[in-house]
Design a protein around this ligand. Structure first.
Ligand SMILES: [Zn+2]
Length: 73
C-alpha cells in the first residue's frame, strides 16, 4: 500500500517501479536520487528510470531519503 490508489495502479501497470535501485537491470537510471520509486518508460534499449521523491499523483513524499530527513526532525 502506498500513498494513494493511483500510485498503486501505476506500479501494477508497470509504469512506475518500486524497489531497490540496485535491482534495476533492464535499463538505465537517469538521475541520482536516493529513492525506491522510479518512473519507468520504454527507451531504445530497455527502459529509462527516473527517480522521484514525490508522488506524481497526490504530491506526498515517497522517496526514502526525504523520509529519513523527515524522521530526524
Ligand atoms: Zn500518491
Amino acid at each position: 500500500m502506498h500513498c494513494c490508489a493511483q500510485l498503486d495502479e501505476a506500479i501494477e501497470r508497470g509504469s512506475l517501479y518500486c524497489g531497490q535501485k540496485s535491482r534495476i537491470d533492464d535499463g538505465r537510471i537517469l538521475n541520482d536520487l536516493d529513492t525506491d520509486y522510479f518512473i519507468r518508460s520504454a527507451s531504445g534499449r530497455g527502459y529509462d528510470y527516473l527517480g522521484i521523491n514525490y508522488c506524481p499523483f497526490c504530491g506526498r513524499v515517497i522517496g526514502r531519503g526525504l523520509w529519513m530527513a523527515e524522521k530526524k526532525k
